[in-house]
Design a protein. Sequence first.
Length: 349
Amino acid sequence: MSLLHTGNMEANIVGDFDYDELDACFTQERLILCSAPIRFFDPPREERHAVWHLQDSDERACAFMAGPAPARWGSFGDESPLEPIEGPILPPILFVPASASKADRDLAVQRRRQHPLYCSVTLMLLMEIINSRLFTTVRDTLGLTYDVSFEVTMLDRIRSGWFSVHVTSHPDKIYDALNASVAVLRDVRYSPVNRREVARAKTTLLTRHDSDMKDNMYWLGLITHLQNDMVPQKEVTCLRDLKTMFEAATADDVNDCYNFFEFGDDKLFTCVGTSGRNPPPRPDFSLSKVAALLGVDEDELEQSANIRSTESFNPMSMFNSILSAAQSLKMKADNKGDSKGRKLEGGQK
């Protein structure tokens, strides 16, 4: 609310109007704006998922999903006003030998996570990794889309942000594509980010950074708010340490960033837009289809997913319960196969 005062407001009005009347109306509206409390809209679950159809000769479909994301400045989970950094900003420790003591390893972690760029760097790495997982799963493996992307809106002066997923598909596949995207986002909790993914994301982002350094607009973006009191933690040293912070980031850092996202049904907003002669049918997830896809028994899958018919049908919850149960059963089957193989090998010896 501190941002909404006359010193930070600008109004541009063009038209045929009476100046005195306009000035009176604007003054009254400005006082109302500056005195009204901020209220966050929290609709019921059924109102969080919108569907829209346009009758058209071309069949197209697009889905959006959005939800809250952590802020890029300050500490994760802290929404209090930013305070200026006391003392010098120390660069991160790039290399910690395997023989280093626990105190040295803890010092390296502390140095990284106390750096002002820690949140921004880990958010960008996580965004790149989730985009790669979405593309690999939703497009290459399941063949449900030809374009899917994950973005995080990182604001400088507001102590919050949001993420969004954009997926395009055929109307008959759009619900499957949307729910598969949700499943990929939630699966990071059970299949954490690994070192290979972090190394690949680092290479991509650092290559892009080196290329963009030739662009004046990129430089303008980097130096924006350097002298803004509303962003006290952005200093020139942030530009100095940007590349070093990318190189020093670890998989644990990226997983720490992921833990501050909320992908629950009560936090997600979705919108599905389609065009064609008729709207696509209501999504109906087939147990046999998922069971065949992952190679598990359909009856066991139904028991593990604990699926019940409810009045308030939530397709995302059902899809994720089926997928989680199928992955669990497949993991158990693989473990049994490994143990049998070890027993057989031991008997032959």
